[in-house]
Design a protein around this ligand. Structure first.
Ligand code: HEC
Length: 448
């Protein structure tokens, strides 16, 4: 972990006061995020179920009506998802500025394309909703196609979000990432994605079981051919099987998480979530098997338990993020302290009448200059170039040889890429770094 972090330049923090404390912001982030993701889940789950039932409806007419009624909920949920997305986005900007923006810029075009893709998905969702009664007959296929296409977009956009949220957790891997597709190799994007998808469908199933099952909903008028109890059972089943799928995807997600962010709190939260999920499954099964006149009695209880699961998982997500970023945040903090000290010293020296930088010269040492070389050379290990120990055996007593090489490197070892030249460092720095390399390489050789 630390090694991986050393390969990535560590930025310093942007030292600006926050409007409220760190804790309050994080609390807000978790709560607002959960509210937002609730509607995102309903939007994604709704658009998938609507396409599914519309296709079923091609041969069994009553499903077409059901699909249409589901579609009517999507655009409302979509608006809520978007509006409620602003809050968590602002919080994450403030609390994880460096990590969030680094991930944004590393996923580049994909990240920016979220805006046009979401706009397109929304347009298609509206077209799909408003042409339901107009595009019939031969145009029905076109109508289904619009639904499928908007469903695919709703599937793809969360994927970009997820890869971004995933990438921000692993600063040690940033140096390997060259865009969206290579970001998919970091962490465990795919198990996360399937976890998200099955959660979306499970939640939508539960929501629709309540939506169509409630007493005030005129089922006979809107959905002829569907007794209320059958509708409830249908959506309860969807919630049941997808919650079951969660029990498979959840552990898969957990066990593919990079090790550095795992903690006891996370395990406990997830265990709690799993236990409640088992209770939800039992309650759903009981409901599905209830006689028609009794079905629905556990609905509120199931929703309550389901919210607890979501809360446990949402908190777990936050705990994981905190732990996996702790090391990097510490490095950033150190870089910030160094910078602030230098800044204060400069300000004081200017106030005392010196020219900027005059009274504050950073002491030049071989160790400092070696930062130019450290990405490729380590003391007793081969990185992108030979170890300092090996260099010591080649150049013991000859620092000038090292400086000459670094000024204009030759080509010796074909298993490595060529070394870049460091003539721009100048004679003094090259001499310092040569001494430093021989000193460190010599120590390593002695310790053998
Ligand atoms: C981008 C990676 C990289 C950086 C940065 C780098 N080197 Fe190298 N260095 C190499 C590689 C690769 C080789 C092996 C080249 C070969 O054998 O063809 C090498 C070889 C060397 C050698 C051995 C030369 C020999 O005669 O075998 C010395 C000495 C050396 N580097 C010094 C430095 C110093 C000093 C710096 C920093 C000022 C530095 N290197 C920075 C990649 C790097």
């Amino acid at each position: 972990m630390i090694l991986a972090l050393m390969q990535t330049p560590v930025p310093r923090d942007i030292d600006l006061p926050l409007p409220v404390g760190d804790f309050e912001l994080k609390l807000l982030l978790v709560v607002l995020f959960l509210v937002h993701i609730f509607f995102v889940n309903l939007m994604v789950g709704g658009s998938l179920l609507s396409v599914f039932f519309e296709i079923l409806g091609l041969s069994a007419g009553r499903y077409d009506k059901l699909a249409k009624k589901i579609t009517e909920t999507i655009t409302v949920n979509k608006s809520l998802a978007v509006v409620l997305g602003v809050g968590p986005l602002l919080c994450i900007n403030l609390v994880y500025t460096l990590h969030f923006y680094s991930a944004n810029s590393l996923t580049g075009y994909a990240w920016i394309s979220i805006v046009p893709l979401v706009a397109l998905a929304f347009l298609l969702a509206y077209i799909h909703k408003y042409t339901w009664e107009i595009w019939t007959g031969t145009k029905k296929q076109l109508h289904v196609l619009v639904g499928v296409f908007s469903g695919l977009l709703f599937l793809f956009v969360p994927f970009i979000f997820l890869s971004n949220a995933n990438l921000m957790l692993f600063p040690g891997e940033w140096h390997k990432v060259t865009g969206f597709f290579s970001s998919l190799r970091v962490g465990n994007v795919f198990p996360r994605y399937f976890h998200f998808l099955s959660a979306s469908l499970a939640l939508t199933g539960l929501f629709l079981a309540g939506w169509f099952g409630r007493k005030r909903y005129p089922v006979e008028k809107y959905l002829p051919g569907f007794p209320r109890a059958e509708l409830r059972r249908l959506f309860y089943r969807i919630a049941f099987y997808l919650t079951l799928a969660q029990l498979a995807f959840g552990p898969l997600l957990l066990f593919t998480l990079p090790f550095e962010g795992l903690s006891r709190e996370l395990f406990l939260l997830i265990l709690l979530g799993i236990l409640i999920a088992v209770a939800v499954l039992l309650a759903l099964r009981w409901e599905i098997r209830s006689p028609d006149e009794k079905i629905g009695r556990l609905y509120i209880g199931i929703c309550f338990l389901f919210s607890l699961i979501v809360l446990a998982m949402g908190t777990g997500r936050h705990v994981y993020r905190e732990v996996s970023l702790a090391e990097h945040k510490k490095l950033v903090e150190e870089a910030s302290i160094d910078f602030r000290a230098l800044e204060t010293a400069t300000r004081l020296s200017i106030e005392a009448g010196y020219g900027a930088g005059e009274a504050v010269t950073v002491e030049l040492t071989g160790e400092r200059v070696f930062l130019n070389c450290a990405a490729c050379h380590a003391v007793d290990r081969v990185l992108a170039g030979p170890s300092l120990e090996e260099i010591y055996f080649l150049y013991d007593g000859d620092p000038k040889g090292i400086a000459d090489w670094a000024r204009a490197p030759g080509r010796k070892r074909t298993e490595f890429a060529p070394m870049p030249a460091f003539a721009h460092l100048g004679d003094e720095k090259l001499r310092l770094v040569a001494d430093y390399i021989l000193e460190k390489g010599g120590e390593a050789a002695l310790n053998q």
